[in-house]
Design a protein around this ligand. Structure first.
Ligand code: ZN
Length: 441
């Protein structure tokens, strides 16, 4: 029989949730005071005592953490830095960041944190989206230190699904395996979900022969944009659900439910703050940086970790029955490009490219000098292997340029490239070439 993964915590009222958070925050502060070399120092320096924390507002007295601090601490005290709260022999899982924007950082999980926090939370999410023991899940990630592979694998197994590992093989073989094993759930990055579909097209594999019902995408924020989701759902004939987290959070931060209207934050595990540039909490619907405090994990929990992700949030109850806040990710501060005084996230451009059915899903953003000043250039391809007639090409270029101008107030130059000529990304996309960085070197 299916285990029920609905948690009573998911339906707590906002007030009850806040009371639970303050209780767990107090316990966490006490735990960190006893076990974390980093927080022992920080609490002492800032004169923070458990008995002073009466409300969630008091959380603000605790200084922020960020990935740079984690990295620096790990350089000084390898491999886990001063954030590790347990003896190393208690660690059962090891992950590492890919290190594209910074030196790789190491992350540890005890058995408890891995199974009872990280996996349990992701299983709760997949279950709330309809995954059941009878499902067959395909995990399309390589075997490596990327957490999404492991958490997807074990969350599906925890529910009781048959889990089919998709590592160590070619994309074509993965598609055949998915078809032969009648896979109903696929876990992948959004980029790779596109890649699979493109290869299926090239190899003459009909995706309708794979009885997929649900596609869970994570590892990059592509599915957060509506154009991407609609397109993926159409290609795969399946529902697409997004989830999101970072290694520092020790658990998925946001998880969609079957309503697909934002990512629920498991507020019994993480306290989210959405802060403006002055560090003040913003109102629902306003943009701010997501800052999270883990009040449940015991291995290397961080308080007030700056995710670098710009989000909006909604605290109205969700029709799915959960009362936790739902966030929408607009982009990463790391990926943000500032051009002509305007903040541009690649995900915004992506959404607009995907609203043009004449165009393929690949694109590149290039910033380079045209007529003496830096301009935003969007490179696209025709959909499929087609070619535009001259007037068609002009029409689609004008349409995309106009859409971008209306949304971000910058008129880009649009260049249509040969079908298949733009870079294809296997796992995560790198879609910005900023010539200003090269020119400055
Ligand atoms: Zn919901």
């Amino acid at each position: 029989m299916d285990k029920n993964f609905f948690s009573d915590v998911d339906s707590l009222s906002r007030d009850a949730l806040k009371r639970l958070q303050i209780k767990k925050l107090n316990e966490q502060i006490e735990y960190l005071s006893n076990n974390s070399p980093y927080y022992q120092r920080v609490f002492k320096e800032n004169k923070i005592f458990v008995e002073d924390l009466k409300s969630l507002n008091d959380l603000r007295r605790i200084p922020f953490t960020d990935k740079y601090q984690v990295g620096e601490s790990q350089e000084k005290f390898p491999p886990f830095g001063e954030f590790l709260c347990v003896p190393e022999e208690e660690v059962v899982k090891y992950f590492r960041t890919s290190g594209t924007t910074f030196n790789p950082r190491n992350f540890a999980y005890t058995y408890y944190d891995w199974w009872h926090i990280s996996i349990e939370m992701l299983a709760r999410m997949k279950y709330s989206c309809g995954v059941r023991a009878a499902d067959r899940a395909f995990i399309a990630f390589p075997y490596n230190t990327f957490i999404a592979l492991w958490s997807s694998h074990y969350a599906c197994e925890r529910i009781g699904c048959m889990v089919i590992p998709g590592g160590g093989t070619s994309t074509k073989e993965r598609l055949n395996l998915m078809r032969n094993m009648k896979v109903t759930v696929l876990c992948a990055t959004p980029t790779y979900a596109y890649r699979l579909a493109n290869v299926a097209g090239d190899e003459g594999i009909d995706l309708r022969d794979i009885p997929l019902k649900r596609l869970f995408v994570g590892g990059e924020p592509l599915a957060a944009v509506p154009g991407s989701r609609a397109r993926l759902e159409q290609i795969w004939h399946a529902k697409v659900y997004d989830y999101y987290g970072c290694n520092e959070s020790t658990a998925p931060i946001g998880r969609e439910c079957k309503e697909q209207n934002g990512l629920h934050v498991a507020e019994d595990i993480l306290i989210p703050e959405i802060l403006n540039e002055d560090g003040e909490q913003v109102d629902p619907g306003e943009r701010g940086e997501l800052v999270i405090s883990n009040i449940a994990a015991k291995t290397m929990p961080l308080l007030r970790f700056r995710t670098g992700d710009i989000v909006t949030y909604d605290d109205e109850p969700c029709p799915c029955g959960q009362n936790s806040i739902r966030i929408k990710i607009l982009g990463r501060t790391d990926d943000m490009i500032v051009i002509k005084g305007t903040n541009v996230f690649p995900s915004m451009i992506e959404e607009m490219v995907k609203r043009c059915p004449e165009l393929g899903s690949e694109f590149m953003i290039v910033i380079e000098v045209i007529d003496g000043s830096y301009e935003l250039i969007i490179q696209v391809e025709p959909e499929g292997m087609g070619k535009f007639k001259r007037d068609e090409e002009e029409a689609v270029k004008k349409k995309l340029a106009e859409m971008v101008r209306e949304n971000i107030r910058i008129r880009p130059a649009v260049q249509v490239k040969e079908p298949g000529s733009l870079p294809r990304f296997e796992v995560k996309s790198r879609r910005v070439i900023d010539k200003r960085n090269e020119d400055a070197q």
